[in-house]
Design a protein around this ligand. Structure first.
Ligand code: HEC
Length: 177
């Protein structure tokens, strides 16, 4: 074969091989991408709001004296400024503010904290209220990064411990068995 012909055949073979390698590379990249995506979805489902404390065996327990006592201190330093030192909430808490946000509600039996199950109370305290009131501003800050999961469970245990027995029972019934 003429040397130039050999060079042409060689270049041709190289081109096809490169294209094949590139295609195989693209396929591997696609598979890696899909796997990474699936991993992300699994991870996201593990860290969804509210699932954390339950996963590490933490739960609201108003009969745990140590938890309630720690929660009382945490409530005074982190929650009382808005929800009231006596848990009575902001004045006129049922009237929306000019911004459309609601004032801080009471955490005693006169409010609606006890209308919710434990998972919701933990999630709101941890992540903040905004995710739960789409379409209107929400003044409840998230305490993730400020309070540990144990702190959050402690402060909520303190709140529950202040309720009369019938309110505690009504709220407990809302928790899935
Ligand atoms: C900066 C003020 C502020 C602080 C501090 C604050 N909250 Fe709130 N919180 C609010 C407001 C305002 C709402 C009402 C949100 C809404 O519905 O728009 C709220 C709502 C809540 C709710 C939901 C009640 C329900 O019935 O839906 C919980 C639970 C709650 N707060 C717990 C806490 C705890 C526990 C702390 C302390 C660790 C705390 N909050 C600190 C302002 C605050």
């Amino acid at each position: 074969m003429h040397p130039r012909g050999a060079v042409l055949v060689y270049t041709g073979v190289m081109k096809t091989t490169t294209t094949r390698v590139r295609r195989a590379g693209a396929r591997q990249l696609l598979i890696a991408g899909l796997l990474a995506g699936m991993l992300l979805i699994i991870l996201a489902s593990l860290v969804r709001p509210g699932s954390g404390p339950a996963r590490v065996g933490l739960r609201i327990d108003a009969d745990d004296a140590a938890l309630v006592s720690a929660g009382r201190t945490l409530y005074a330093s982190h929650c009382a400024s808005c929800h009231g030192a006596d848990l009575a909430g902001a004045a006129d808490w049922q009237t929306p503010l000019a911004t459309g946000a609601m004032p801080a509600p009471p955490h005693d039996a006169s409010g609606h904290t006890w209308h919710h199950d434990d998972a919701y109370l933990i999630a709101v305290t941890r992540e903040g209220g905004a995710a739960f009131t789409p379409g209107r501003p929400n003044g409840m800050p998230g305490f993730a990064g400020v309070l540990s999961d144990r702190d959050i469970v402690a402060v909520l245990s303190f709140i529950v411990s202040t309720w009369p027995p019938e309110i505690r029972q009504a709220q407990a019934r809302m928790n899935a068995p």
